[in-house]
Design a protein around this ligand. Sequence first.
Ligand SMILES: [Zn+2]
Ligand SMILES: [Zn+2]
Length: 348
Amino acid sequence: MNIQENFCPKCGGPTKNDGICNKCLAESIKWIVAEPRVVCVFCPTCGSIKQGNTWSDTTLERDVLAEELAIGALNVHPDVQDLRLSGSSYEPSPNRTKCMIHAEGTLYGIPMKEDLAVLIAWKKEQCDRCSRLSGGYYEGVIQVRATDRTPDTHERGRVESIATSVEDNLIESGERLSFVSRIDNIKDGVDIVISSHHIGDLITKQITSELGGKTTRHPKLFGERDGKKIYRITYLVRLPRYRRGDVIEVGNRYYEVRSVESGTLKVFDLQEGIMNVIREDDSYRIVGNVRDAQYVTVSFIDGDMAGILDPDTFMPISIPALAWLHLAEGSEFRILRDRENDRIIPVG
Ligand SMILES: [Zn+2]
Ligand SMILES: [Zn+2]
């Protein structure tokens, strides 16, 4: 059976269709159209863009963004196949970008071509984050303090870099309104002003998991937004009394603190040379920290005694050659001085 050949009523050409041929059909359809003008609201401070009512960060260059917006302004007939687009742009004025889009595709088997122009109008508006930042908005303050002492330089440095890296991660993951507004390094410790409770929870959790200690939260009502009560929270982070490397005296024995975890201290017994776990208790006396230990050299071994030069007085003295130190003539090790008992403590 032969397929019936018809003639197109428009151009008179042969067609397998009942009505007009594919070529006339394709030509009668506006296969691709573009909105001639698109307004793009952006933040002049941070470059975020607003779509609908939502702000989002973008790392795209302006011309790339303009072409993306222009492509978003296209409306393509659903029967078009093999759509290919290419574009170029220029800036006729500082707040306008003109995008030229060249489009090719196939409609009912007929190749199609079209050049379209979209004008992007850039409009400046301060974004939600920048307006909070410049307005000094905050939802909490983290106060980092230490028990019976002030945080040391190492702890202060860690606190600041934890706060900064948590902020970086949140911004990376698209959480725009969580940021650190200010970090104040003060005499008693470190104060961190934060814009959301979420970032406060994350920062305090990481500080205590790294440096030990506890966090207590003290919320205070300060207003309402969209019918929701807003609280400002003061997070008090209390770093532990003992730090890694502290040498403590417990019942006339010396231990080096290796870690502090929820109520227990992992310690190194400086007499026996073994690890031990003891209860965290504020009553232990802190003798010093191994960071401040001094190097000495063994000048002789006599039975279970070792001779060294006292690094403060340069006088020869003898101290017990503890088995775990594995001392030999000429070997080096470190000592701390317990000034209260005038004792020398080898720390390895
Ligand atoms: Zn035709
Ligand atoms: Zn902004």
